[in-house]
Write a protein that binds this ligand. Structure first.
Ligand code: SF4
Length: 116
């Protein structure tokens, strides 16, 4: 089933999103998204690639799904992919990542070591 307002596709018995915006919020430009992703990846690698549990990822995904900045499996505030599962290219999997909103809707579980 595809939402006629936001284009989100739901399969099987998945419920539709609760906060479907009439027009999706704009994502940052591609260059900004690439820069944000590179910084996040460097921080995650420096911390030893810590990964959240599947259960915690599902909890955070539910928070993102209810957020007006969530669209098409991504956060439109930072442009990062936000998925229920999977480690690569998934902001929710990397335990060094936090929500970019102000105030954040969820926090990083591990802080990356400071470079000297
Ligand atoms: S990361 Fe934060 S701002 Fe982005 S969609 Fe999730 S809850 Fe919303």
């Amino acid at each position: 089933m595809r939402c006629l307002r936001c284009g989100d596709v739901r399969k099987g018995k998945e419920k539709p999103r609760r906060m479907c915006p009439a027009s999706p919020p704009e994502s940052p430009p591609l260059a900004d998204r690439a820069r944000t992703f590179s910084k996040a990846a460097a921080k995650w690698i420096a911390a030893g690639r810590p990964v959240r549990s599947k259960e915690r990822m599902r909890e955070l995904h539910a928070i993102c799904e209810a957020c007006p900045r969530f669209h098409d499996h991504a956060c439109t505030l930072c442009g990062c992919p936000v998925r229920r599962s999977g480690v690569l290219r998934n902001k929710l999997a990397w335990a060094t990542e936090s929500c970019p909103d102000d105030p954040p809707r969820w926090e990083a579980e591990i802080t990356a070591p400071k470079s000297s």
